[in-house]
Design a binder for this molecule. Structure first.
Ligand SMILES: C[S@@+](CC[C@H](N)C(=O)[O-])C[C@H]1O[C@@H](n2cnc3c(N)ncnc32)[C@H](O)[C@@H]1O
Length: 288
């Protein structure tokens, strides 16, 4: 079959499948959008105007349907009942074949698209804070990793999660939706903090707080679970580990790490873990 024939067959398939528009079928809609996009990339040259119009129309309908789905999740979150539905979405994704080959921190997938639709974070273009050499630029933790972290830690109302170098705040925001823990993000870039605060306020997350400051100036005394997606390296990382060691001398804490910082944190003799040491998955350490 030629390129035009393949696109035509896909259009017939998508037009006749009304189950695509069932509210909860957000992942099937994302898959259909991917298939349309890849057909366009490969077959654009041969598609006629009428076909391209159909592609645009179906694409717009699928996107609108997903926007409705994200809005319905946002309404549930505002009403305090979104956690269950959101966690259910993550279980569906666990079993998805498309995601099976992806691993660890490379694993940005459909869940990240869903999270983006739910949190609706503004991505600031003008960032003001100058990063010193030991500070790492912003990159979000993949959503799959965040949801696994939330499940594994069993966060509850006794916990205070502190994300050190929180970026746009994905980790504290999702933890605040999915648990009753207090969730704090500390981030040196004020524009990121403003985005995170707006998202928390729009979703009425009273248990999420964002502080615009350098983590070295922060008060760690409330934290029970700290999270680091390699926000800094070198001397700065050692300095922050000393601050955490000071906290650990007073009480039990846990520290989740992702990326290259895991190897450095693992060398701290006051911390233990039962996890397999890998930079691609979050490792959870505890003192004592
Ligand atoms: C790799 S990103 C991680 C973002 C977020 N924790 C996540 O997992 O989605 C590292 C973030 O740490 C921030 N950062 C680096 N050094 C910092 C410091 N000394 N104090 C506060 N934030 C810092 C950067 O601006 C960046 O947004």
């Amino acid at each position: 079959m030629n390129a035009q024939g393949r696109l035509s067959r896909l259009l017939v398939e998508l037009q006749s499948d009304r189950t695509l528009y069932v509210t909860d079928n957000w992942r099937r809609r994302l898959d259909a959008l991917d298939r349309l996009e890849s057909c366009l990339i490969h077959e654009d040259a041969e598609a006629d105007r009428a076909m391209l119009d159909q592609v645009s129309k179906i694409g717009a309908e699928l996107e609108a349907s997903n926007r409705d789905f994200y809005e319905s999740l946002r309404r549930d979150i505002r009403a305090g009942s979104g956690a269950h539905r959101l966690m259910q979405c993550t279980h569906e994704a666990d079993h998805d074949e498309k995601n099976a080959g992806r691993a660890g921190s490379e694993r940005y997938d459909d869940l990240d698209v869903l999270v983006s639709g739910v949190l609706q974070l503004d991505e600031p273009h003008d960032v003001s804070a100058e990063l010193a050499p030991d500070m790492v630029f912003y990159q979000p933790t993949p959503a799959t990793q965040i949801f696994q972290f939330i499940s594994r830690t069993g966060l509850n109302e006794q916990d205070v999660l502190v994300d050190l170098g929180a970026g746009l705040g994905h980790v504290p925001l999702l933890a605040a939706i999915c648990s009753s823990a207090r969730c704090i993000g500390i981030e040196c870039e004020p524009a990121y903090v403003a985005s995170a605060r707006k998202s928390a306020s729009d979703l009425r997350l009273n248990n999420a707080t964002f502080l615009a400051q350098d983590v070295r100036d922060a008060d760690f005394s409330q934290g029970t679970l700290f999270y680091l997606y390699t926000p800094f390296t070198g001397t700065l990382l050692h300095e922050v580990m000393s601050m955490l060691r000071h906290e650990a001398a007073q009480r039990e804490i846990r520290i989740g790490t992702l990326g290259p910082c895991t190897e450095v944190v693992a060398q701290e003799s006051w911390l233990q873990t039962d996890d397999t040491m890998t930079p691609h998955e979050i490792v959870i350490f505890r003192n004592g």
